[in-house]
Design a protein around this ligand. Structure first.
Ligand code: PRT
Ligand code: ZN
Length: 337
């Protein structure tokens, strides 16, 4: 979104998330009037418009920058992320905030009478779902080979119709499963509604525009609109600029140095601590929560992760050091951009 346009937020037109989303926006103080076509609402007291769509379309609208923000279930977002990845496309939506509604889980369920002794019992079985990518990832992680039967709805009746042996579907209270003589046996994904946004990239032109915009705010505060505050202050220091002085008054050379620091800083490798400090850890932040091209967190915008805080395991020695250095380098370079 450029600085002159209005913010556009996509919400579900009619479904489980609609009332909660509207209620949340009303509690944020938004007053709006409905457009003639019922597809848009225009904010009366804020530069913010609402677009009403099917929830499945929300990730694409955010991905393609048609909307700046969207409110949608994590299940829809994560399925879309995996679907895009399978097509070689990087998902460009960031999870901005977990919202306190729409709680449910994507779960595996089997017919009441089917013997079940752990997920391994599903090997070789047919599993019906509307979430083939999330299910595929789960089965892969569990090292189970099963046949995924992709349906567009009414998943819970698939076993009775003989189309599948088990199902993978959203569950909230569990009463739909009970009504269909199914029992829940494993959770594939815990879900809730979330606010997603298009990532805001800071190009040299945009950084320059930001610094030159009229007003008395300092450079550090202006950069903080796009970067973590500590990083914005550190960049001012690096560029030798007083981050609190009114930014438009900065001399041209100082502004240039700051724009370079904020968008193209190359961090040199200055040394290492040697093998005496070797450590191996497993666990940590899952790689699915990280953009590997930049090491940026998908969950916390502005946060970059590297090294053994990430869930990467390997043999002691070279592999771990290589991972720590390489991921640190990528994270540092992209923070500097
Ligand atoms: O038309 P559109 O495509 O926009 O809507 P939709 O039909 O795809 O979605 P909708 O409105 O059913 O759900 C929107 C979002 O709400 C989902 O993507 C989830 O993030 C969230 N959510 C929360 C749920 C549920 N709870 C839920 N219980 N979505 C679906 N269900 C269904 C479930 O699939 C099953 O059929 O409700 C039934 C089970 O409920 P229980 O309570 O019997 O377990
Ligand atoms: Zn939908």
């Amino acid at each position: 979104m450029d600085s002159t346009s209005r913010l556009r937020i996509a919400i579900q037109k009619s479904g489980r998330l609609t009332d909660h989303s509207l209620d949340l926006l009303a509690r944020c103080g938004l007053k709006y009037s409905r457009g003639k076509d019922q597809l848009m609402c225009y904010g009366d007291n804020m530069p913010l418009d609402l677009l009403f769509v099917r929830d499945d379309d929300i990730p694409d609208l955010v991905q393609e920058d048609v909307c700046d923000l969207g409110i949608v279930g994590l299940n829809v977002i994560e399925e879309k992320r995996l679907e895009l990845a399978a097509r070689g496309i990087e998902a460009r939506f960031d999870l901005l905030q977990r919202l306190e509604f729409g709680q449910c889980r994507l779960a595996l369920a089997v017919p009441q009478e089917m013997p079940f002794a752990g997920v391994a019992s599903l090997a070789g079985r047919r599993i019906a779902t509307t979430y083939p990518y999330l299910l595929e990832r789960y089965l892969r992680e569990q090292a189970i080979e099963a046949q995924i039967v992709t349906l567009s709805g009414s998943v819970e009746i698939a076993p009775r119709l003989g189309r599948a042996d088990a199902i993978c579907d959203l569950v909230a209270t569990g009463s739909t499963l009970v009504a269909n003589h199914l029992r829940e046996v494993a959770t594939v994904l815990d879900s809730h509604a979330a606010l997603v946004r298009t990532p805001v990239e800071l190009s040299p032109e945009k950084a320059d525009e930001l610094l030159l915009a009229p007003g008395s705010a300092g450079a550090a505060r202006r950069l903080h609109a796009h970067l973590p505050e500590r990083l914005a202050r550190a960049l001012c220091e690096h560029a030798g600029v007083d981050g609190s002085a009114p930014a438009p008054a900065l001399p041209r050379a100082a502004r240039r140095a700051l724009v370079d620091a904020a968008t193209a800083l190359v961090l040199p490798i200055t040394g290492d601590r040697g093998f005496a400090y070797a450590e191996v850890t497993a666990g940590g932040v899952p790689l699915t929560e990280i953009r590997l091209e930049t090491m940026a967190s998908r969950v916390m915008p502005g946060l970059h992760l590297c090294g053994e805080i990430c869930d990467v395991d390997g043999r002691i020695g070279g592999y771990n050091f290589q991972w720590a250095w390489a991921s640190g380098y990528v994270a540092g370079v992209s923070v500097g951009r």
